[in-house]
Design a protein around this ligand. Structure first.
Ligand SMILES: CC(=O)SCCNC(=O)CCNC(=O)[C@H](O)C(C)(C)COP(=O)(O)OP(=O)(O)OC[C@H]1O[C@@H](n2cnc3c(N)ncnc32)[C@H](O)[C@@H]1OP(=O)(O)O
Length: 416
């Protein structure tokens, strides 16, 4: 008989953690102390496992997250993480059963969407998730970038860069991040443990060795701290003893373009640093184009990032803002049943109303495709051209693009 999906108890947890780390091919086994540390802050009622012959063979965890949608409001999200099935038990439907259990519970709790970062692209579309944000990472060859090497590390125009320690990151980071979360669709909340982990004083992180980091903040001319950057460096030297260090940006939050430009200029002007790795950025980050020679920034990664699944179509579509007035009838197919239906979406800059309707549809699409449009990143026209959405009324894709798309792309800086 196929083993049951069930919630995990505190005494199961070390075995569950071992199974998860095996599933992610992490070498070594977690110690009891690590298991105890990770158990703190874990809501066991949302940790699922499958046990066979007394051993954990499948893992799944979720927690409530706040996701910023277009316009700066947040919606409660069911954030899915730690999904593994042992190689001995794969392709027998264990993930499908854990996902169905979790999404049903998330609907009961009233969470509006589910979110995850997918290990592999083909896994989650079948469960109604679609990629809603993309991330790009660049590697900048500082000497080719064309920045003035005589320029000081301080910005022009009255702002200031200040070096800070971990305690200051824990002080300013949450404030700046909370302000970012009102500005940028795709941002997810960070709790106190996140900031502790980032600054090496506890929180999640497991056995991975944390890199030593340097931190700076940007102060606007009026003294407001409106930017934060954390970066690590390596220690590479050329054969003729030239410093050839790489700085890797671990976190860069800027609340306005001046702060963002200043922080990029700063990290590109640190002596010894000849290469800057940008870390996870929005594909339309200012970085490449703010360099005099943007080709000095080589794209090293460009990938789907935050996947979203709509659990409540009405609340999801009414939570975000829209820049123009329009009406659109969406016919949504959903094998999971959750988002299935025909919806009349009436939008204007003053707000939106989404109601079930029997009117004829303008655009027919799957729940995964609607999730892909939700945060404004994808084009309905492109989905129609790909055969993944159907235009039932001529011009509907153009209307959908005018309704959903945004001037700047959504961005999720985090992994969870
Ligand atoms: C949010 C996160 O945590 S992302 C991390 C995901 N985990 C990993 O990548 C770790 C390594 N992989 C695994 O542990 C497993 O292979 C899992 C969790 C991805 C899949 O678990 P399984 O129990 O094998 O999935 P399940 O049997 O429910 O598969 C359902 C369907 O998805 C398909 N599928 C599952 N995994 C994959 C995959 N990696 N690539 C393509 N198709 C997949 C199956 O073929 C099946 O399709 P079918 O219904 O047409 O036959």
């Amino acid at each position: 008989m196929s083993p049951d999906v069930r919630t995990v108890t505190a005494s199961d947890y070390p075995d569950w953690l071992r199974a998860m780390e095996n599933g992610f091919l992490t070498p070594g086994a977690p110690t009891d102390e690590e298991a105890a540390e990770r158990l703190v802050g874990t809501d066991l009622s949302r940790v699922l496992g499958v046990f066979d012959g007394g051993r954990c063979v499948a893992t799944f965890r979720s927690f409530t997250q706040q996701l910023t949608v277009v316009g700066g409001a947040t919606v409660p999200a069911d954030a899915v993480s730690a999904v593994t099935v042992a190689p001995t038990h794969r392709r027998r439907g264990l993930l499908s059963r854990m996902m169905a259990t979790d999404l049903a519970a998330a609907r009961e709790r009233g969470e509006v969407v589910a979110t995850l970062i997918a290990a592999e692209y083909p896994i989650y579309g079948r469960f109604g998730f679609g990629p809603a944000t993309w991330n790009t990472e660049w590697e900048v060859s500082v000497h080719r970038a064309g920045l003035d090497p005589r320029r000081s590390g301080q910005p022009e125009g009255g702002g200031r860069i200040e070096a800070v320690d971990g305690a200051a990151v824990r002080k300013y980071g949450p404030e700046i991040h909370a302000r970012l979360a009102k500005l940028r669709a795709g941002v997810v909340d960070r709790d106190e443990r996140w900031w502790k982990g980032r600054t090496g004083v506890g929180g999640p992180g497991g056995r991975e060795k944390r890199a030593e980091t340097f931190s700076v903040v940007h102060r606007a001319p009026d003294g407001d701290v409106d930017g934060l950057m954390v970066y690590s460096t390596d220690a590479t030297w050329g054969d003729a003893r030239q410093p050839m260090n790489t700085a890797t940006v671990r976190d860069l939050i800027a609340l306005n373009p001046a702060a963002e430009r200043a922080l990029w200029h700063f990290v590109c002007s640190v002596d010894w640093i000849t290469t800057v790795r940008s870390g996870n950025r929005a594909p339309d980050d200012l970085l490449p184009l703010l360099l005099p020679d943007p080709r000095a920034a080589r794209t090293v990664t460009h990938t789907d990032w935050l996947w979203v699944r709509l659990l409540d179509v009405r609340r999801a579509l009414e939570a975000r803002s829209y820049e123009r007035e329009a009406s659109l009838v969406l016919d949504v197919r959903d094998e999971g049943g959750v988002a299935e239906g025909r919806f009349l979406l009436d939008v204007s800059p003053a707000g939106a109303r989404c109601t079930p309707t029997t009117r004829s549809a303008d655009l027919a699409l799957g729940a995964d495709e609607l999730a892909t449009l939700y945060l404004g990143d994808e084009s309905a026209r492109r989905l129609v051209d790909l055969g993944r959405a159907e235009e039932m009324r001529a011009g509907a894709a153009a209307t959908a693009d005018a309704v959903f798309r945004t001037g700047r792309r959504p961005w999720c800086p985090d992994v969870f």
